[in-house]
Design a protein around this ligand. Sequence first.
Ligand code: ADP
Ligand code: ZN
Length: 526
Amino acid sequence: MTSPAADSPLDVLQRVFGYDAFRGQQAEIVEHVADGGDAVVLMPTGGGKSLCYQIPALLREGTGIVVSPLIALMHDQVEALRAVGVRAAYLNSTQSPGERADVERAYLAGELDLLYVAPERLSSEQTKRFLGGGRIALFAIDEAHCVSQWGHDFRPDYLALSELAERWPDVPRIALTATATEATHAEITQRLELGQARHFVASFDRPNIQYRIVPKRNVRSQLIDFIRAEGEGASGIVYALSRKSVERTAEQLTASGIPALPYHAGLDAAVRAETQSRFLREDGLVIVATIAFGMGIDKPDVRFVAHIDMPKSVEGYYQETGRAGRDGEPSVTWLAYGLQDVIQQRRMIEDSPGDLAHRRRASQHLDAMLALCETVQCRRVNLLRYFGQAAQPCGNCDTCLEPPAIVDGTIPAQKLLSTIVRLERERGQRFGAGQIIDILRGTATARTRQHGHDSLSTWGIGADLGDQSWRGIVRQLLAQGLLASRGEYGVLGLTEASTGVLRGETTVMLRDEPERSPRVRSRRRD
Ligand code: ADP
Ligand code: ZN
């Protein structure tokens, strides 16, 4: 830009970026920051955060310094800006010393509108001294939730960013994130010293996204049914937790006539880049990925996002599902989760290297995710409440569209809990869900015989329910905190709240999940 100073924000939006009008709170944010104010911006993915600092950087004298942890994306972001004539560059560890020197020279000569910098660079005194040699228009701190130790994406380098305020008190700072829990918001404000900033909190509702969460049975065939229902030509992302599961799922989809490609950190960089660009280019391609995929991928017409394993947190779920429907057209998210997910994730938390506080936080994240899975109320209301926003039942989620039948599950819960109590009190034994369910159903196995479990007074008292139903009950009791799962084998134990159930003081309400035998279907005769 040669002389942007005389332009208005709207001029820049139209002339440089080619858009007609600002969206949502963009205009207010741009004006506030261009005038030198500090800002904290909470806006969902796809909401248009980038323009909130790019336009003020163009309007103010000097270079806008953008702190971003997504090194892999800097190159693309800078290219996109250059393509519309903005003088942008980046500094990160992928560059050669020669390339870096060129960028540094351009900055000091005042030839840059925007300079993207990785956070670890900004924590060095050398970089700060270098920046001090030029003119800074503003600091934009992207993905600001990375400063939060409470959050799921903590990066220690972000903590050093608090020094920016002390060193450059007159330079406006804008922190942006798509994570909006109250805890994260408060931590961003405090740690980045943005107490004086204006806060812009957009609605996190994505009305065009339909939320569905189902109990896991035979997950890959459930997934295939789901994708087929979305129709041919629908582009989508399927998230799985492990690389092996990613590979296997992609193979199985392809074998079922659904074009799918795997994506995970273990694949060659060139293969990943090719997969990514095919996904952007082609219609009807499904990417099966670990969470490594999607950060910053701007494909507007992703029609569905599916999870075949439960995400670790509601923030993660929201961010991943948020990659659907950026074009505003109807899109569907689908999550299948089961008892195994709960047990596995509890175990991962117990085994994680962090301190006790870290494990407790991870555990609270998981509890909130479970509560969303098991809620009998509107998913959207539950999701938005997690982000501190009120909403009305949406009419566009599974529980609104097909309200689940609720049943009184007090008796089965008592049977289950008293089996656990008996085993522990009478025999000093603890078992996982499988063995407890075998006892309840009176299913004789080598293991039940070995332990003489058929002589327990609760042997067979739950024979009226199938294995699937019992697993659902265990899962729901875990989610409601009426049961605890511990250790490598997910042994079940009681919680404080379990006592009320055993004494008959607490009524247990459960989602009714009719037993289904997935393989037995009546064939149509013709
Ligand atoms: P976020 O960083 O919040 O996820 P982006 O800044 O990447 O969102 O913007 C998402 C998409 O919306 C981009 O393709 C961007 O070009 C587009 N966009 C942003 N603001 C506007 C606007 N005012 N008018 C039209 N398109 C916009
Ligand atoms: Zn709803």
